[in-house]
Ligand binder design. Structure first.
Ligand code: PLP
Length: 412
């Protein structure tokens, strides 16, 4: 994989070479994406959709070509099913509000899972509070997989929507979303997939999955910040009301009332992030030029290599060890403390580990990873999380493991 396309990897941190293993939080950007942003502002910046002049028409066609590129990238039937948002959080909030207005009433139920990011919990909690509905979560089994039998038991005539993460941002585990979608659809219940951690790491095809909605963020897939996507099946999007009002999303505004624009503009109030969409399309080009097969094989190899190195270190506990993962590993370190009477295990605090790694130039994430309910169920204050991107290599992992051993020595 091409490290030289990512200038930031040459940065030095605390006098050391940067080892960037925080890709699940945000990925770095290839030069093509950085150049696209500069190109847009240098050559064709202009507000889109409204202008008859040349620059506006260029900007409009770049934005709409990007929409088509995203549609093709995730296998959507039509670019009308692609709504540009600020990111996964924005997509899920938009859906929760809009779907909630149309379809949720008192006593209705929404199902998420026990390993969700706060973005796929809080918007639904807010909706349930507004509508006096009920939020249920699929519990986790001991091996941290979803309890599908419990999920089957939850599905009922009261269930109005299921929303689950494809890949856990804490554990890296891949959820059985095909089965969840099949079971929910058998009861006529639509399914939203939080693809924030899957779309950057594997081919996700919405028609093959048959999911009803998919949310993801540009910045986690080598694109810019501030752009994301909400995919929705046309038949659903047509039934949903807009979640925000303003310019672009209207057909006509009269004092007597407003009529709304057609898809997808009905859900894109205000000036869209057309520079972001263009740069995102360049990130998609970048991924497609490398090819999913190569990216997935590379990241699988890195994950397995790292997991093997980690598990050889005394006291390391890897969560969901040996389960297939998409570029994310979470772990903690427990050390034995001996007193004259007992031996007890104590946790090396993830924050301390993260700080000592940072001092050696290694960027990892520590804490609850915006998934407090999952972390609570693990019975720890947080974890250390390493996450890979297509530019990481085995040398990064070797550097991380060496730095981790030093950190453990210093803290033990
Ligand atoms: N869902 C998952 C699984 C995530 O990992 C994240 C971010 O880490 C989000 C949602 C929120 O993404 P964003 O902050 O880009 O909106």
């Amino acid at each position: 994989m091409k490290r030289e396309d990512f200038a930031i990897l040459k940065e030095r941190v605390h006098g050391r070479e940067l080892v960037y293993l925080d890709n699940a939080a945000t990925s770095q950007k290839p030069q093509a994406v950085i150049d696209a942003i500069s190109e847009a502002y240098t050559h064709w910046n202009s507000n889109i959709h409204r202008g008859v002049h040349h620059l506006s028409q260029v900007a409009t066609s770049k934005h709409e070509e990007a929409r088509q590129k995203v549609a093709d990238f995730i296998g959507a039937k039509s670019s009308d099913e692609i709504i540009f948002t600020k990111g996964t959080t924005d997509s899920l909030n938009a859906l929760a509000f809009s779907f909630g207005e149309a379809f949720i009433g008192e006593g209705d139920e929404i199902i998420v899972s026990g390993l969700e990011h706060h973005s796929n919990i809080v918007p639904w909690q807010m909706l349930c509070e507004r509508k006096k509905a009920v939020l249920r979560h699929i519990p986790l089994r001991e091996d941290l997989s979803l309890d599908i039998e419990a999920f089957k038991g939850f599905l009922s005539a009261r269930t109005k929507l299921v929303s689950v993460a494809h890949v856990s941002n804490v554990l890296g585990t891949i959820q059985p979303i095909e089965e969840i979608i099949r079971l929910a659809h058998a009861q006529g219940v639509p399914v939203c997939i939080d693809g924030a951690q899957s779309v950057p790491h594997m081919q996700v095809n919405v028609q093959a999955l048959d999911c009803d909605f998919l949310a993801f963020s540009g910045h986690k897939m080598y694109g810019p910040t501030g752009i994301g996507v909400l995919y929705g099946k046309r038949e659903w999007l047509e039934k949903l009301p807009p979640h925000e009002g303003g310019g672009e999303m209207i057909n006509h505004v009269r004092w007597s009332g407003t009529t709304y624009n057609e898809l997808p503009y009905k859900f894109e109030a205000g000036t869209p992030n057309f520079v972001g969409s263009y740069a995102l399309s360049k990130a998609i080009d970048y991924i497609q030029a490398l090819g999913w097969e190569a990216i997935e094989a590379h990241e699988r190899e890195l994950t397995e290599y790292c997991e093997a190195q980690l598990s050889a270190i005394e006291g390391v506990h890897i969560y969901a060890e040996h389960q297939p993962k998409a570029g994310v590993i979470s772990f903690n370190i427990f050390t034995n403390h001996q007193s004259p009477i007992t031996t007890h295990q104590s946790l090396l605090h993830p924050f301390d580990i993260g700080t000592l790694l940072d001092q050696q130039g290694v960027a990892v994430r520590t804490g609850h990873h915006c998934a407090e309910p999952l972390i609570d169920s693990l019975g720890v204050p947080g974890t250390v999380r390493v996450s890979f991107g297509l530019y990481n290599d085995k040398a990064d992992i070797d550097a991380f493991i060496a730095a981790l051993k030093k950190a453990i020595m210093m803290l033990s």
